[in-house]
Write a protein that binds this ligand. Structure first.
Ligand code: FE2
Ligand code: FE2
Length: 137
């Protein structure tokens, strides 16, 4: 589900590492939701979800600052995508995860995986050449 591939590389070391970490946390969320032994893992799921959101916010801030420092012209639109993602995932009612743990968990994970993947491939890719041209690797 969360597999980092070479085509995700924006050719900037710090950013690639952060993207890999996002996939890593996403994977641990996926693994926990996939266990089918009937044990209630509400607390664990919420904890990892928070960890993922916290790390995503850290990464978005880092990325936005780097783009800002280098005068990237499409920062506003980029920031808007980050913000709406955080808002959407944060707005998920935690009781929903409790009541229908597996389905809600899986739907949410698929949404997160798809969002991260397409955001990196489309939106993050848009700064790759610009930043490399600025000497940022
Ligand atoms: Fe981004
Ligand atoms: Fe990113």
């Amino acid at each position: 589900m969360f597999k980092w591939k070479e085509e995700f590389s924006v050719n900037i070391k710090s950013i690639d590492e952060q993207h890999k970490e996002l996939f890593k946390i996403g994977n641990s969320l996926y693994e926990i939701v996939s266990i089918k032994d009937g044990v209630d893992r509400y607390d664990e799921i919420v904890e990892i979800l928070h960890k993922l959101m916290d790390y995503a916010e850290y990464h978005f801030d880092f990325e936005e600052k780097l783009l800002e420092e280098n005068g990237f012209p499409y920062l506003k639109q980029h920031r808007r995508q980050h913000d709406s993602f955080i808002q959407k995932v944060r707005s998920i009612d935690e009781r929903d995860i409790d009541e229908k743990q597996k389905t809600i968990g899986m739907d949410l994970i698929i949404f997160i995986a798809n969002w991260i993947e397409s955001h990196i491939l489309k939106t993050d890719m848009e700064y790759k050449e610009y930043m490399n041209d600025k000497g940022v690797y």
